[in-house]
Structure formats: structure tokens, C-alpha cells
Design a protein around this ligand. Structure first.
Ligand code: FAD
Ligand code: NAP
Length: 581
């Protein structure tokens, strides 16, 4: 089942030439468009969905909301925007974030450059003309000097091919393509497959409606209470008065957002102090729980202390000891993306909610009336697949991207994605990736990661125009060194040890590669700044006279912040020890 409605008819656009084509109109595509227009470039954005907002357009499942606080999970490029927008809750719900995205589109007059309901199917580099030909599923064929992929890290839904799917008589939903009209589960027996962030958010709400709820769990999840709350006018007033300082502090943090962070190692604290510290951090809730100590993601023995604490919390909430045991993860705390919930574990105390372990005996098949596991048929009226995404590369794989010498990006990335700084890939001149693999992306607050990439790209494209460069492309040896560095740094973190979507192993058949850059956002930004100041070191610029010159900095100035060394993560420190390429 998809969320799409029939798009309005329109004639195909053939032959138009733009300075840039942007694929995707989520936060990345929108901000890229804004910067391109600011530089006076002509641009066309193609968006598969019927509106802006990307993630927040598609993921309309019950309970969907951000888990980075809204005051920080928002654009920071316009102080006026920061001041005029009022978030209603600490973690805004999906509908409000989508309204914000629409507000940004209107306020910055973006819509007239975006074509909706249109999926880009192919992008081919014309070596003679040094431009990209872009094709869509609506018959459009346009050309552009730059092709910018703003396709999202979590935008290609993972739909496991369970046996018998076609036999099932009821509807099957995916959280990442939720029907726009909503779904009423009243009086229904509902099955939810998955226990990641989307499941953790939706399960408590679905349980309120459904007659019965059966959750199929393959891996128990670590989740921390959100303690979401309404933001009062007084709070907003104070926060807004300090907004520029907050934004600046956030840029110096390993995650690109600000929260209290204790650099002391857990292993140096006494058990009593640790318990006190964990209780306080649990009471604050959310992702900052992982900031209780500095070594939690780097020392297994330290991680065991927070894992034991969190397991204790699960057992204190869930009344049935068998269910509580099943809900207690046995992997590294925070190894997979940490979840943030409201009433998740409490939901399993409801008499009509059942947990089915599919870790050792996987889902066998769908039947006409439900799901079969280990010889038992669970009778269901509707199923929700909260099964996540082919993360980081899934949306690239769906486009036939052909660079120099007929090489496709999918072929080049068969053994894992390869991109210099996660921004561009050798053999694909003038093709840019926003939050691509090899950049902090999903390990940072993503809107900040997006803004930093877009500002860098805007300065890069502005510079190319200034000096008359026709193309830019990474030097293969620099790209190889960066890819190796990304892998080296990942081994410092315990996050590299489990089968998460960070390493692509949530979906079958993909190579196991740690895809995001875990060296910390400011360390990465510093590297990007150095590359730019050095005249785009590691890139070849064709058409420009002489050696690469340092560019005029138009937009990246705000990213030149000192690294907040007091809170730098051990991974980031390690990143500085590993020779920077
Ligand atoms: P997206 O929002 O994914 O947008 C990409 C767009 O590209 C989509 O609209 C898609 O339709 C379009 N597209 C893709 N391929 C094509 C094609 N071939 N042709 C045309 N269009 C195409 N991050 C955080 O930092 N904090 C959070 O709290 C947070 N919460 C999240 C909650 C959910 C439910 C999910 C799924 C993700 C969340 N994320 C969060 C990550 C989130 O994806 C990013 O924060 C951000 O919204 C990504 O923006 P984007 O523009 O890069 O990608
Ligand atoms: P996810 O974290 O990848 O979770 C998918 C779940 O489906 C996992 O529990 C997985 O089990 C299970 N699964 C997948 N295939 C299965 C199969 N064949 N059989 C049984 N179970 C299967 O996906 P997600 O929950 O959509 O979240 C993805 C990311 O989006 C998050 O990590 C986060 O970055 C972002 N997000 C954020 C929020 C938020 O709070 N703001 C909300 C939603 C999403 P395994 O663990 O065993 O693979």
C-alpha cells in the first residue's frame, strides 16, 4: 500500500537547461534550492512526493515526532525564521514539522521551482557537454551543469519479502509510506513487525485503538523516555533570546546539537555515583541519556553499566517477567540508533498487547488471516511493517546514475558506498550528495548536517562560477583515503559491532560497511573547511586557470567555529589521531 494519490496531469518538460537540478524536496532539497536561488542559479527540484518535507511528508504513522528537540531540529540559517516560528512541544509531532516545512517553502518562495509527484529515474553525465541529463517517470528530460542528490538517508522503505504476502486479506502498511487519510484501527486485531524508532513511537498509540495488538520482535530495542512536554510562551521567550548562542554551541558539538554532556568516564565513577547519574539522566530523558558519561560508546565495560541500569528500568516497568526478559536487549546500549518513547514499555502491561519473539524462529509466512511463526498462526486484520529503510544508499540505488565511461554509481558502490567527504564520488563530476555516506549525516542532528553540506556546496558552486570552472570531481586517491579513514574511525566506537542500518545489515544482500562518519561533526566540518580553504584540496577543477584557488566564502563562515574540546567524543579524538586525509 502506498501513500500516493493520483498526481495531476502535466506536460513533460523536455530540453530545458538549468544550472542545477536537485532531486528531493525534503529539508536538504529545500535549503539547497534556497541557496541556489540566492546565488542567482537557475534550478529545478524534482520530488517524488506530492509536497515538501520529505521524511515528514511520508512518515505519517501515529506517534511520529522528532527525537532531537524541536528548538534544535529546525533550520538555523535564518534568525528571522528562528524568531518567528513557535514550536508547541519539546518534540514536535509529524504534522507540525510538516507545517513548518511548508511554511519555509512559502516564506522563501521555493515552490515555483519544485515539480512534485515526479520521480527521477536516471541521471547521465554527458562528457562532451560537461552536464547532466536528468530523466523522470513523467517523461521529463532536462539538462543541468550540477546534479544534486537530496534524496534522504532514510527514504527508501525496507519491505521484507515475507512468504505469502499476497495471500493476506487485510491491509499491510509501512510506517514510511503512511496513508494521508490516516488509519483507524478501532476494533481491529493489529500486528506490528519491528521494534525500532517507528515501532516504538506508534505501538503505544495503535494499542490505544486496537482490539488486540501483536508485536513481532526480532531484536529488543533500547529506548529512553522522551518526557515530552508543551513549550510555554515563557520558555520560548527565554530560548529565543538565546537562540544564536544555542545554535553556535550546537555547531561545536559532536552530534551537531547541544545537550549537557559529562566527559567523565563511567568506569572511573563509583557504582553509587553512576546510579545517581543515570537516574538524573533518565529523568531528563531522550537521546542525551547517552551523554551521562564520556566512555559509554567506546568501552564495553562502561556500556555494560548503562545497559544494566536500563534493563533494570525495563523490569521495573513491565509486570510480566517473561515479557520483560524478552524486552531486555542483550546488545550494546545505543549500538543501533537509540529510540525515544512515550509509554512504550508500559504498553506491554495492557491485557490486549502481546509480544512475539521472532529472533530465533523468524516470521514464516503471511496467511490469508494473519502471520505464522513457529507453527502458530496469529490472526490479524491489519499489519504494520515498521521495518525501516534501506538506509543511506537505498534511494541512490533506485536511480540509474551514470558517470564517466558509462560507470553507474550502483556498480561503483557494489562493495559499499565510496564518496569523498560524503559529498561527491570520483567518476561522477558535478554530482553532489547531501549528507551522503562518509559524512556525519545520521549521527548528527540532520538538519544541521544538511545545512553545513548545502552551505559548502553553495560556496563551491559559486567559486566555480567565479573562476570559470566547468567541472569538479574528487581525486580517486583522496576519496580512497577518506573512505578508509571513515572505516578506521568507526572501529573506535562500539556502534560498529552490531547489525544495524548504520552498517546496512538490516536489509539482506548489502555489504557490511559502516556508512556514516563517526569522527564527530565539528572534526568533519573542520576538514571540510580546510579542503575549501586549500582551494578544494582532493578535488580536480576543470576549466579553471592555474592551480585551485581559495574561494570567496559566502555561506560557510558560520561553520568555522572552534571545536568544543571539552565535550569532544573519544571517537573524534581518535579521528584527530588518525592521519587526516
Ligand atoms: P528526506 O526528508 O528523506 O527527503 C528526501 C526526499 O527525496 C523525499 O521526499 C523523497 O521523496 C525524495 N526522493 C528520493 N528519491 C527521489 C527520486 N528518485 N526522485 C524524486 N524525489 C526523490 N533526524 C534527526 O536529526 N532528528 C530527528 O528527530 C529525526 N526524526 C526522524 C523521524 C523519522 C520517522 C524518520 C524516518 C527520520 C527521522 N530523522 C531525524 C532523519 C530525517 O530523515 C532527517 O532529519 C531529515 O528530515 C532528512 O531530510 P532530507 O531532505 O535529507 O531527506
Ligand atoms: P529500524 O530502526 O531499522 O527498525 C526496523 C525494525 O524492523 C527493527 O526492529 C528490525 O529488526 C525489524 N525488522 C526488519 N526486518 C524484519 C524482518 N524481516 N522480520 C522481523 N523484523 C524485522 O527502522 P525505523 O524504526 O523506521 O527507524 C529508522 C530510523 O529512522 C531510526 O533509527 C531513526 O534514525 C529514524 N527515526 C527516528 C524517529 C524519531 O524518534 N524521531 C522515529 C522513527 C525513525 P532488527 O533490529 O532485528 O533488524
Amino acid at each position: 500500500m502506498t501513500a500516493a494519490t493520483t498526481p495531476p496531469e502535466r506536460p513533460a518538460e523536455v530540453g530545458t537547461v538549468f544550472d542545477a537540478v536537485v532531486v528531493g524536496a525534503g529539508f536538504a532539497g529545500m535549503y539547497m534550492l534556497h541557496r541556489l536561488r540566492g546565488l542567482g542559479f537557475s534550478a529545478r527540484v524534482f520530488e517524488a512526493g506530492g509536497g515538501v518535507g520529505g521524511t515528514w511528508y511520508w512518515n505519517r504513522y501515529p506517534g511520529a515526532r522528532c527525537d532531537v528537540e524541536s528548538m534544535q531540529y529546525s533550520f538555523s540559517f535564518s534568525e528571522e525564521l528562528d524568531q518567528e516560528w513557535n514550536w508547541s512541544e519539546k518534540y514536535a509531532p509529524q504534522g507540525e514539522i510538516l507545517t513548518y516545512a511548508n511554511h519555509v517553502a512559502d516564506r522563501f518562495d521555493l515552490r515555483r521551482h519544485i515539480v512534485f509527484d515526479t520521480r527521477v529515474t536516471a541521471a547521465t553525465f554527458d562528457e562532451n557537454a560537461k552536464c547532466w541529463q536528468i530523466e523522470t517517470d513523467r517523461g521529463d528530460r532536462v539538462r543541468a551543469k550540477f546534479c544534486i542528490m537530496a534524496v534522504g538517508c532514510l527514504s527508501a522503505p525496507n519491505r521484507p519479502r515475507f512468504k505469502g504476502l499476497e495471500d493476506f486479506r487485510g491491509p499491510i502498511y509501512h510506517t514510511g509510506e503512511w496513508p494521508h487519510q490516516g488509519v483507524d484501527f478501532t476494533d481491529l486485531s493489529v500486528g506490528v513487525i519491528g521494534t525500532g524508532s517507528s515501532a516504538v513511537q506508534s505501538i503505544p498509540i495503535i494499542a490505544q485503538q486496537a482490539a488486540s495488538l501483536t508485536v513481532f520482535q526480532r531484536t529488543a530495542t533500547w529506548t529512553v523516555p522522551a518526557w515530552n512536554e508543551t513549550l510555554t510562551p515563557e520558555y520560548l521567550q527565554v530560548a529565543k533570546a538565546n537562540y544564536p548562542a544555542l545554535r553556535a554551541k550546537a555547531r561545536g558539538r559532536p552530534t551537531g546539537f547541544y545537550f549537557p554532556f559529562n566527559t567523565q568516564p563511567a568506569l572511573e565513577a563509583s557504582p553509587e555515583d553512576r546510579d545517581r547519574q543515570y537516574e538524573e539522566a533518565w529523568a531528563r530523558g531522550g537521546l542525551p541519556f547517552l551523554g551521562a558519561y564520556g566512555d559509554l560508546l567506546f568501552e564495553k565495560a562502561a556500556n555494560d553499566t548503562i545497559a544494566d541500569f536500563a534493563r533494570g528500568k525495563i523490569r521495573s516497568i513491565v509486570k510480566d517477567p517473561v515479557t520483560a526478559d524478552l524486552l531486555c536487549p542483550d546488545n550494546v546500549f545505543g549500538c543501533k540508533r537509540l529510540c525515544v518513547d512515550t509509554g512504550y514499555f508500559e504498553t506491554y502491561n495492557l491485557p490486549h498487547v502481546k509480544l512475539v519473539d521472532v529472533s530465533k524462529t523468524p516470521i514464516e509466512r503471511f496467511t490469508a488471516q494473519g502471520i505464522g511463526v513457529n507453527g502458530i498462526e496469529y490472526l490479524l486484520d491489519a499489519v504494520v511493517c515498521a521495518t525501516g529503510f534501506a538506509a543511506m544508499t537505498g534511494s541512490f540505488d533506485k536511480i540509474r546514475i551514470t558517470g564517466r565511461n558509462g560507470l553507474t554509481l550502483s556498480e561503483k558502490w557494489r562493495a559499499g558506498p565510496r564518496a569523498y567527504l560524503g559529498i561527491a564520488s570520483a567518476g561522477f563530476p558535478n554530482l553532489f550528495l547531501i549528507t551522503g555516506p562518509g559524512s556525519p549525516s545520521v549521527l548528527a542532528s540532520m538538519i544541521q548536517a544538511i545545512e553545513q553540506h548545502v552551505d559548502w556546496l553553495a560556496d563551491c558552486m559559486g567559486h566555480m562560477r567565479d573562476v570559470g570552472a566547468t567541472s569538479i570531481e574528487p581525486i580517486l586517491s583522496d576519496e580512497d583515503a577518506w573512505v578508509e579513514h571513515v572505516t578506521d574511525v568507526s572501529t573506535v566506537s562500539l556502534r560498529s559491532t552490531c547489525s544495524s542500518w548504520y552498517v546496512g545489515s538490516n536489509t539482506p544482500g548489502r555489504p557490511r560497511v559502516f556508512m556514516p562518519y563517526i569522527g564527530g561533526f565539528p572534526v568533519y566540518v573542520q576538514k571540510c573547511n580546510e579542503v575549501m580553504s586549500g582551494g578544494f584540496e582532493g578535488f580536480v577543477l576543470e576549466g579553471a586557470p592555474g592551480r585551485n584557488a581559495a574561494p570567496q566564502v559566502r555561506y560557510t563562515e558560520r561553520w568555522r567555529v572552534p571545536i568544543d574540546i571539552d565535550v569532544i567524543s573519544p571517537a573524534a579524538v581518535a579521528a584527530r589521531r588518525v592521519p587526516m586525509v
